[in-house]
Design a protein around this ligand. Sequence first.
Ligand code: FAD
Ligand code: 2HG
Ligand code: ZN
Length: 486
Amino acid sequence: MVLTSEHVKYFKDLLGGNSAVIDGLSRDATEDLEAFNSDWMRKYKGKTKLALKPESTEEVSKVLKYCNDKMLAVVPQGGNSGLVGGSVPVYDEIVINLSRMNKIRSFDEVSGILVVDAGVILEVADNFLAEKNHIFPLDLGAKGSCQIGGNIATNAGGLRLLRYGSLHGNVLGIEAVLPDGTIMDDLSKLRKNNTGYDIKQLFIGGEGTIGIVTGVSVLCPQRSKAVNVAFFGLESYENVQMAYREAKGQLSEILSAFELMDGHSQNMLHAVSQKKRPLEGQHPFYCLVETSGSNIDHDGEKLEAFLEHVMGEEIVSDGVLAQDESQKLSLWSWREGITECLGHWGGVYKYDLSIPLPELYSLVEDTRERLTSAGLIGESDDYPVVGVVGYGHMGDSNLHLNIATRRFDKEVERKLEPFVYEWIAKRNGSISAEHGLGLAKKAFIGYSRSHDMIRLMRQIKNLYDPVSQFKCQFASGAANDKSAEW
Ligand code: FAD
Ligand code: 2HG
Ligand code: ZN
């Protein structure tokens, strides 16, 4: 259905003033709508003429019911920091942006249960919890802009998953509005509730395909009193694996992150930031290890013993231990800053993959080799590709393969796809470990999911959203052989 001024009037009457209804139908609002129409990577372009910013669950419910009745397509949008284009209104959908639903509803200091509106920014929630000696069980580079509703919808993994596990375990309850306007009140604060299907799990990682998350209750752990960060240089991926094994064995209960960065990613970050490197020499691999515990002396001793051991055994060539808060942040910036710096030259092809650990880095080498032998990588502007880098959440077997380019280029794309997806399928990995399918991976779902699994997903989608008010990430417009088969 085409959007009309009558529809816009309904939304203005419902939501009030101009700040809640950004109307590009009755006036030229291109500039005001720009933020809603483009994504963080500036890769996907939306065509919306209307963005709505409801302030309450009831308003979301009325908006969705109206859209459903009038057959108007919508796309939920949180902080718009997603990396697969899922929040962009590429088909001119109405954007439903949650940023005005930003209240912390309650926090119980005994149980650690936090209840928030879906539009609360992750960092705001974490800062609130820090004052109460608690921590949000998720952390990621986009914390300053992403919203908890968006984190839930993408089932974001991030930097603390090794320690606190996935949102599937930490989220205790969800309030969501279904496409027909029904408010699904499953905002439980119970840790145990085996009475029937656990329906809220469908919204975690559901990418906004079956409704809009409006409220969330999350179990938040105590904030650790002693946090240490170390940064290592290593000579081979074999050594990285050995270091990880040793870290698990020796740091066990206090290990809270084990992140991998290859030398290429660090060289590119250095080229952009010009910051002093944490270590004197250069190495093909780097790891960041974080420990979080309750006893500063005990944790420090453990970490030092671990460092002595891995350096004595020549598993690690060089290492540094942060001495204060600002050094911890500085070491983390060599990991968290990679995503932002890679965009410096133009476009980035991003792959977010689960791969069995022994082969995790081989994909980066194979991809680099493939693009090199095709003559596509080089230092001058004649070459489209600037560099092929690998980094990620070693502790979760999750690799981020990024190909930084001077421009998006069809020849590069043809060399990468379906090569990367076939490589993953052969090893029974996942083509989307933590960012979701969105638009970027939608056509390739068949490389990681069987026909039967996709059929079940589509049945669930049709049950919740029979008129397809929300986009479906489950491979309807199949663009490759694998997913076109069914
Ligand atoms: P958006 O980008 O606005 O939306 C993402 C998807 O969720 C869309 O499909 C949208 O329709 C849907 N959605 C949004 N809000 C709702 C809602 N309330 N109800 C229903 N559906 C909704 N991801 C990781 O997993 N781990 C990382 O370490 C990580 N690091 C990142 C670092 C950077 C610098 C950046 C830019 C991104 C990173 N991401 C990471 C990507 C990640 O998916 C997001 O940052 C975050 O989870 C998305 O939240 P958002 O509020 O920005 O959602
Ligand atoms: C990270 O771990 C994020 O830094 C982003 O998931 C990864 O940019 C990427 O590909
Ligand atoms: Zn990640």
